[in-house]
Design a protein around this ligand. Structure first.
Ligand code: CAA
Length: 407
């Protein structure tokens, strides 16, 4: 291993062009809307129409970082697609994305799975591939893509969402340099899972929250032992990002991180509540804007927080440090840190997430329910078609269409 500076060179986002207002869903389910907007902290969710799946979401995110002046297709030597919305038990989402993006044949391509942790797993594997020198100057494309689906009328229904984030990983990154030491925690638990014959996930909701928080403690213990930090995360970082199935979870996570620090340094409870509230308001809450409006995107959730931070902080980014916590049910978790690069504000200015969210079409509850279980194969109306879309299944084979691509 050398001391190469490695990290995220560019970042592309995509979320479907349809959204559901969750106060409207709450009213139609007989739930107090305040439970959703205050209790869970979420306002809207993106809804995937029948012509979108994990392949199209991922490819539509990745095309936003390809073909410009900064990245040519033949520079990519590895494509890792992380998802828990797989479309086949054997054929990986990645190989469809590889074709739809026109990537070179000399490109290691595969799908990764560990629930919502898969995106971080891809990021870490790609960073280590680059750091080791095996990349020989090439870059890795890591795509985190998911549609969060639970049964209609279940309590988890309010924590759905859809979207994808594509990360370009390389040396001398223009967006975020990753610190090489991170903290990891793994343990077999049945908190959230999706058996092979089911489209919607099963979840033991309250237990999943406990597992997430226990995993955060474990990852922080590991990080402290390996990194031997001179300052705690809330003092060292200008922003703290957490996997965010719903924004209140980020609050619970942050409270747990602060309690971990208080315990580690042998302080009593004095001042913990005030410090938690102040640091949450300054370091966590401002970056939850996308999560509040998109909902859960499983593997992509943490990276939508990163995208929102990058886009929103703008000129304050360069030189600032961020701490990131990733949790995947089942479970595996990781705490890691990075520093924004001198060019990061320019890279962030091209993400375009705010505009994408503002131009989504609102759905009625009836339309949302129909999209969840469409009676027929349906294609988008004129003007609604994304650049890459799912056409349907013929002879057990999935078919996709591209409207246009960069050269
Ligand atoms: N006004 C304001 N707040 C209200 C309220 C009202 N009228 N009514 C209830 N609330 C509050 C509750 O007090 C509670 O707040 P606290 O957690 O701070 O106590 C909050 O609203 C939620 O209420 P409940 O706990 O009663 O909600 P619920 O039974 O409907 O379950 C849930 C919530 C467990 C998160 C459920 O939505 C779920 O199972 N979601 C999917 C699983 C999930 O997201 N787990 C997260 C950890 S696992 C993970 O992160 C991986 C992943 O992505 C899946």
């Amino acid at each position: 291993m050398t001391t190469r500076t490695v990290g995220i060179d560019d970042l592309g986002v995509y979320t479907p062009s349809h959204r559901l207002d969750l106060e409207e869903l709450a009213r139609s389910r007989g739930v107090d809307p305040a439970k959703i907007t205050i209790g869970l902290g979420v306002q809207q969710m993106s809804v995937a129409p029948p012509w979108e799946d994990a392949v199209t979401l991922g490819a539509n995110a990745a095309r936003r970082v390809l073909g410009g002046e900064t990245l040519q297709r033949d520079e990519i030597g590895m494509l890792l697609v992380a998802t828990e919305t797989a479309v086949d038990h054997a054929k990986p989402v990645g190989i469809f994305v590889h074709e739809l993006l026109g990537l070179p044949a000399s490109c290691r391509t595969l799908e990764l799975k560990h629930a919502c942790y898969g995106g971080t797993a891809g990021l870490m594997l790609a960073a280590e591939w680059v750091r080791s020198g095996a990349a020989r100057g090439r870059k890795a494309l890591v795509v985190a893509t998911d549609i969060a689906r639970y049964d209609l009328h279940s309590s988890a229904e309010f924590t759905q969402g859809a979207g994808a984030v594509a990360l370009v990983i390389g040396e001398a990154p223009r967006l975020l340099a990753l610190d090489p030491v991170s903290g990891v925690y793994a343990k077999n638990v049945y908190d959230f899972w999706r058996p092979l014959d089911r489209r919607e996930a099963l979840v033991d909701g309250k237990f999943s929250v406990d597992c997430y928080l226990e995993a955060l403690d474990g990852a922080l213990d590991d990080w402290v032992a390996l990194a031997r930090p001179t300052a705690p995360p809330a003092a060292a970082c200008g922003a703290l990002l957490y996997h965010t199935p719903f924004p209140k979870m980020a609050y619970k996570a942050h409270a747990r991180l602060m309690a971990h620090e208080w315990r580690r340094t042998g302080r009593g409870a004095d001042g913990l509540t005030d410090a938690t509230e102040q640091t949450y308001a300054a370091l966590v809450d401002p970056w939850l804007g996308a999560a509040r409006r998109i909902g859960n995107t499983y593997t992509a959730s943490l990276f939508f927080c990163l995208a929102w931070l990058a886009e929103t902080a703008g000129d304050r980014l360069p030189g600032s440090t961020v701490g990131l916590f990733s949790y995947g049910s089942g479970c595996c978790a990781e705490y890691f840190t990075g520093r924004f690069a001198p060019d990061s504000a320019a890279v962030a200015a091209r993400i375009g997430l705010g505009n994408m969210l503002a131009t989504r079409r609102p759905l009625s509850v009836e339309e949302y329910e129909w999209y969840a279980h469409p009676a027929t194969t349906v294609q988008p109306a004129a003007g609604e078609a994304p650049a890459i879309r799912f056409l349907g299944i013929e002879d057990h084979k999935r078919r996709y269409a591209r409207l246009e691509m960069h050269s």
